[in-house]
Design a protein around this ligand. Sequence first.
Ligand code: COA
Length: 432
Amino acid sequence: MQQSELDFINTLRQSSRYIEEHRGKTCVIYLPGTLLAAPDSLKQLGSDIGLLHHLGLKIVLVMGATQQIDSALNRAGVEWQTHRDVRITSIEMLDIFQQTIGQVRSQLEAVFSQASALLSNPVTIVSGNWVIAQPKGVIDGIDFQHTGKLRKIDHKGISACLDSGQIVLLTPLAYSLTGEVFNLNTLEQTCEVANALKADKLMIYAKPEQLQKLPKQMSIPELRQLIKQLEDSEQKHLLQQIDLSNQFIKRVHILDERDPSALLMELFSRDGCGTLIFSDRYHQLRPAHIEDVGGILELISPLEEQGVLVKRSRERLELEIENFLLLERDQTIIGCAAIYPHENNMGELACLAVHADYRGQELGEQLLKAIEVKALKQGIESLFLLTTHTHHWFIEHGFSLKTVEDLPSERQSLYNLKRQSKVLIKPLSTDN
Ligand SMILES: CC(C)(COP(=O)(O)OP(=O)(O)OC[C@H]1O[C@@H](n2cnc3c(N)ncnc32)[C@H](O)[C@@H]1OP(=O)(O)O)[C@@H](O)C(=O)NCCC(=O)NCCS
């Protein structure tokens, strides 16, 4: 089989798990005007979102149109004012807003019709008055006029449309109960709608400068810590907005707006391509069970072949599975370690491994700490191990180089002289 065919099969295997996992899940996607302004990006988005819908995701789109509105106002020679970085929408500007947003919306609907032509079930996209607005009001003596803020969301109405198999589209325009038209901040609206729907995923296309230096993943406490460290910037505003309306959203993904395909990469590949902010645990450290044996073998076999780890058969792993702890991410085992009790209150740390793609994130250290806790619970007072490749790492983690004579006697008799492994020992303290 050729490499390209193998790559294809591997990709299919990897993504099929996510296809199953995402089916029936609610996904809210923020599409900024800049992304929709480029015809190629727009076309790509139409077909990718059509595909997501086809794969059973419930999709809500919230479109922005700032770039298009700026151009339309400039063309008409209309000047606008801002206060605290928010545009003041005068009654004279509303016509231009309605025309421009209507135009962007029809362009978006058109690409969905085009995408539908390639799918067995046509994609229907609907918009409506589910969002009720109210005036932003007068702040610092400045009247924001038709710039509004979100008052309430008919999330049941939106859910009914999603359940009937339609894609929901929200625009920056919303209406008050008195029938007035308001211009809303779309990012704010997106986050609040996602929260009201208790969305499984909120996908935000952001500017490259808003993505700068963001880690691949952050928990909510890490997000808050980062916000505290940042200077006032568009990146900080984005992260603050996410933090503000994130009570019920499970995962927020920030993607680069220059790459419309980031959506599929993020949803269907194990490592995604943007930044993930999670409120559920992303990787899980847990005891191993018998059904994990296949996953452990997959992780350690390459290391056994390189001679880094001693070979273990499936049968041996099955018998010793209770000694193992695992790190699991998206149903894939990405790390493992085991502890074997010996005489003299000593315990052997064995089979510590982290998948090559995930090294350097202190996962090895997390596993080691968890093994130490497990060992202490079993009354073990010191850990020992034999290694041929990794003694420096262990020395950096509190182990010292020792000799074969320092090992428990039954382990000394099994010492394989041919391997010439180094012996390392670490005393455990209860305040570890
Ligand atoms: C050893 C191992 C578990 C560390 O996992 P990890 O999640 O990358 O560990 P951490 O993130 O806590 O530590 C990473 C640091 O250890 C260093 N490191 C990794 N392997 C090392 C080795 N063999 N010798 C010395 N240092 C090593 C890395 O360079 C990195 O250093 P840096 O932070 O200065 O860049 C992982 O490298 C592994 O699975 N190795 C192969 C299996 C193995 O050797 N197991 C031990 C035999 S029992």
